[in-house]
Design a protein around this ligand. Structure first.
Ligand SMILES: [Zn+2]
Length: 356
């Protein structure tokens, strides 16, 4: 679900020389460490180094900026999860991470079966089917290198960056059994779009505009990518563990949009220092644009404007105009962006639209 924004903004792109593949090296090493702990042996620092040096963990840790504190917490929780007391302790501590690791260890034979199944199917092809619905021909036909998909056990999430796509095994178990490759199709959408833009001349963003520019970019990017997977991830059939939380936060979409509109209007009047900061917008968006973005994207798609959305997929500014157009077309009860906010966004588009 997360994308490291360096993918969107950097012109430096590191090609992966591997052909299309899924890799489970990190998962295999995870299980050998679990076996050791379960046979009452304490893992040595070499054991942990061996685990975190598998390509999946190594790249995930460096590209997602996982700090040493999180790694220590993962190690502590994993050792606890191997003990029979983990379930009872988790009930007392309400430790989400411990609960997930305990569930993974309990499901070992099911997860082994799941991995065998993943190895037997063409996972990347399923991801492409999902992602391609929201990409125009010019981008689908661009000469992008197929990514490597690294399966690992860490956080109940997925992410994409220039080095590949990372997928948590438990999340895959909960989602892929119902709709193969949809969640990773979302990550592939980010990956392909970034690849397409890698040779384009990226505009220099003025310091005053960095916060709002970031917000516009992530709202459009995540909003459209969420159309690839969230209808399945959030459906009643899915086993996604964070569904209730996600739906509850999504319900705040209209309120978040009203606040974004107010803030853009304020920026149009003066570049108040607080409004120029990315952290301020991050708080306003309640994350990286997923919730207002998906709310807006659904209104656009439901009003029959999907073709226009796909055509302009690499222009985040257009996403805002299209949202307003969709509300007017469908008479949906949703907050519009004001004339003042839209004309400010048009000004930003004039300065920062990626050419070519
Ligand atoms: Zn995403």
């Amino acid at each position: 679900m997360r994308i490291i924004l360096i993918v969107c903004f950097t012109a430096i792109f590191v090609f992966n020389t591997a052909t299309a593949q899924t890799t489970f090296e990190a998962v295999d090493q995870f299980w050998s460490l679990v076996d050791k702990v379960k046979s009452n042996q304490t893992p040595t620092s070499e054991d942990w180094i061996k685990l975190f040096n598998t390509p999946g963990y190594r790249l995930y840790i460096s590209e997602n900026g996982v700090d040493s504190l999180s790694l220590e917490l993962f190690k502590t929780n994993l050792v606890k999860a191997c003990s029979n007391a983990a379930k009872a302790e988790n009930r007392i501590e309400n430790n989400r991470w411990l609960g997930q690791l305990e569930r993974i260890i309990r499901l070992k034979s099911e997860l082994d079966k799941h991995v065998r199944w993943l190895k037997s199917i063409s996972y990347l092809d399923s991801m492409k089917v999902a992602a391609y619905k929201y990409l125009p021909e010019r981008i689908k036909k661009s000469n992008y290198q197929n990514p490597t998909i690294y399966f690992l056990v860490f956080d109940y999430d997925g992410s994409a960056n220039v080095k590949g796509i990372f997928m948590d095994l438990l999340l895959s178990y909960d989602l892929d059994r119902h709709k193969i490759g949809a969640f990773c199709g979302h990550e592939l959408h980010h990956y392909i779009l970034s690849h397409y833009q890698k040779d384009k001349k990226l505009p220099e963003i003025a310091a005053n505009d960095k916060g709002v520019h970031w917000a516009i970019q992530v709202i459009a990017t995540e909003g459209i990518a969420n159309l690839v997977d969230k209808k399945y991830v959030l459906s009643s059939k899915s086993d996604y563990q964070d569904k209730e939380w996600y739906l509850a936060t999504l319900a705040k979409g209209p309120k978040i949009i009203t606040d974004i509109n107010k803030n853009i209007e304020a920026l149009a009047e003066s570049r108040n220092e607080q409004l120029t900061k990315r952290g301020y917008w991050q708080q306003l968006l309640m994350g990286s644009g997923h919730f207002p973005g998906y709310y807006m994207a659904q209104i656009i798609e439901d009003s029959g404007l999907r073709a226009e959305l796909v055509k302009q997929v690499d222009n985040p500014f257009h996403f805002f105009y299209l949202y307003n157009k969709a509300i007017k077309k469908s008479k949906a009860e949703a907050p519009l962006f004001s004339k003042k906010a839209i004309s400010f966004i048009k000004e930003l588009e004039k300065n920062y639209k990626i050419k070519g």
